[in-house]
Design a protein around this ligand. Structure first.
Ligand SMILES: [Zn+2]
Length: 388
């Protein structure tokens, strides 16, 4: 009698302290899923309402790890598909596998092993996915896309009022979307919304990101409304009046002032250009410019039979000064020409332009010899290292 009573008390006690009550209303709630990429490791953090039991397993074709979190539920508002693409994980997916189980799947790119930690207070499951350190130094190429103008600077304005800043931002966003699908690329933008960024800040952003390529996107304009076509520029000295005119407009100064500046800065510019030629940047920029220009002409030219190839040109663009990586400025169509303004206002055309620029960039990159990084460039915290 006495012993039965103590067993009963013990059972009651166990029920009270059990961390895994079976009652449906006591399900653990998935509160968030975060990840953090660093050289050699991707850390996945699953935030929970309370500690849980889990089971892990690895499956092949495609290679993936999954974690079944028992007696748990995942609310609708939690983001259930996270793209990682850091050379270790491709993506993280989560879902209610059955009424009692939440399954979190890690799609693997390359893994040596993993460790799991269940942390308390607040409760969270931490999964460290490890790659061989040398393997994790993915040769990610960093590309900075610079949509021209923005904010109080509309750029050139077309006959019906289409603004260059809006067109080039949309093309740049589409270009980012296309290039981001390639896990070997790390894409940044100088602006991804309608804000003003000073010219000198744009290459500073590229330098800070240690960019391998810098591409500035603009739409051309001319007082001659018949002027039309596509041209791509790189930074150099020029005596070509048309090229100086385009550069003056993009530099926000008058033609007269542009020529004064060119005279005043000739020595300075020559020094910059000498530095550039020493590290072959100018040759690389030239190659990049030709490949992008040719890709636009051949791909857009399929549908747009009247497309004019204005070729690759050189001029003193302030936005390209100080870029320590191959850098070009593409002038896609003349927004000042009625017919080309109409093309630029067309979503399909903008996508085609973005796709052809992406093609040119990829052709350029595939012609490069792969270089092993000595630092974890391109592997940066994705959603913040806070809280663990
Ligand atoms: Zn412009």
């Amino acid at each position: 009698m006495k012993s039965a009573s103590s067993s009963g008390i013990l059972l009651l006690f166990l029920l009270l302290i059990s961390p895994f009550p079976v009652h449906a209303t006591d399900k653990a709630i998935i509160k968030d899923i975060r990840f953090w990429s660093s050289p050699g490791q991707t850390r996945v953090v699953i935030d929970l309402s309370r500690p849980v039991e889990y089971r892990a397993n690895r499956l092949s074709q495609p290679d993936r790890l999954y974690f079944d979190i028992l007696n748990a539920s995942i609310p609708l508002e939690i983001k259930k598909n996270l793209s990682v693409t850091d050379g270790i994980l491709k993506s993280i997916r989560a879902g209610q596998f059955n009424p009692e189980t939440v399954r979190v799947v890690l799609d693997l790119e390359r893994m040596e092993g993993y460790n799991v930690f269940l942390f308390d207070d607040p409760a969270r499951l931490i999964i460290d996915v490890n790659a061989k350190r040398s393997e994790s130094f993915v040769t990610k190429k960093v590309i900075v896309i610079d949509p021209g103008h923005g904010g109080h600077d509309p750029g050139a304005i077309g006959p019906t009022g289409l603004q260059e800043k809006d067109v080039v931002l949309d093309i740049a966003l589409k270009l980012r979307e296309i290039l981001s699908k390639d896990p070997s690329l790390d894409i940044h933008m100088t602006r991804d919304r309608d804000i003003f960024i000073p010219l000198e800040e744009r290459t500073a952003i590229a330098r800070k990101k240690e960019a391998d390529l810098f591409i500035s996107i603009h739409a051309n304009a001319s007082p001659n409304r018949a002027a039309r076509g596509v041209e791509t520029y790189l930074l150099n000295w020029t005596n070509d009046e048309e090229a100086i005119r385009v550069a003056a407009r993009e530099n926000y100064i008058s033609m007269k002032r542009m020529k004064e500046r060119m005279a005043a800065y000739k020595n300075e510019v020559e020094r910059i250009l000498n530095d550039l030629s020493r590290d072959y940047k100018r040759e690389e920029s030239l190659k990049l410019a030709y490949l992008v220009q040719n890709a636009i002409i051949s791909e857009i030219g399929k549908e747009h039979k009247r497309l004019i190839n204005l070729g690759v040109k050189q001029a003193l663009f302030y936005v390209l000064v100080g870029a320590s990586m191959p850098s070009i400025l593409a002038e896609v169509f003349f927004i000042s020409n009625s017919e080309e303004e109409k093309l630029l206002s067309n979503d399909t055309y903008r996508r085609n332009i973005a796709s052809s620029i992406a093609h040119g960039i990829k052709t350029y990159l595939s012609s490069q010899t792969p270089v092993q990084r000595v630092s974890g460039k391109g592997l940066k915290p994705q959603r913040g290292p806070q809280n663990f």
